[in-house]
Design a protein around this ligand. Sequence first.
Ligand code: DGY
Length: 324
Amino acid sequence: MKPNILVTREVFDETLAYLSQHCEVEANQQDMAFSPDALVQRLAGKDGVMCSLTDRIDAGLLSACPQIRAVANIAVGYNNIDLAACTARGVMATNTPGVLDDSTADLAWALMLATARRMTEVEGRIRAGEWTGWKLKQWLGVDVHHATLGIIGMGRIGQVIAKRAMGFDMKVIYSNRKRVAPDIEQRLNATYVSRDELLKQADFVVLQVPYSPETHHLIGAAELKAMKPTAILINSTRGGVVDDAALIAALTNGTLRGAGLDVFENEPKLNPGFLQLKNVVLTPHIGSSTEATRRAMAMTAAKNLVAALTGGTPPNLLNPEVTK
Ligand code: DGY
């Protein structure tokens, strides 16, 4: 008998076709976001779930749905899943690392360049008919090339961001829980520094740490104050890593030049303060959102789920201890 699964949000046709070969699938191609209670109801009798970062998979849900054996997140970040609760119940949990590194790094770079060169601000001015001609001192930005890039979180995506910095002749410094191997530092021409030192030196601070209780408000008022007033902050990792209210205050009072943001606390409800600011570039959590990458993420999650429910070991198992 095929295992029963729920796919909580809309996915691509080929993802559903693959899943249907191996599982009885309840899909949600209307893409209605389920409330926590509705999700529990939908999961009655299901062996597995393919979910997205908008679904909270916690101890309460798992105990209400004790037959669940596997949870496959369509995201690399998995702060929406209580991993300890999964492990305690022997539920396999998986994510989608690797396939989105390049696209996510590209978006961090797009935010860096757009913020440095004030692209959304000046585009708004063109659209408003305010451009009356070229002027020497018009809408001056700052250079990305030859500047110092500080990356906080030198995992896979952080390393891809650093690699792109070579083409811009940047000095790259990084901080990380653990220093990366010497050959990686050498290949990326990246220097390990303390977080305090990085905040002091960097012209661009790019955040690439996962969200967790330890990284909640990693960048708050004190850290923003430690940055150069000419610096630009880029957050395309997770809302909550930055204290948004503190960031708005710094951007408003000019103690920070600008910010490029793809993620927000309590998204999609933005702190309205951001909307008043000209020195921010805002995008709606689209870091991995290219056609090819989102297709690859969905298929990676599908393969993880099918492997977990058909006796295999999913390639991206987050809690291998459940298989022992
Ligand atoms: C992830 O994979 O964690 C991204 O934030 C989803 O776009």
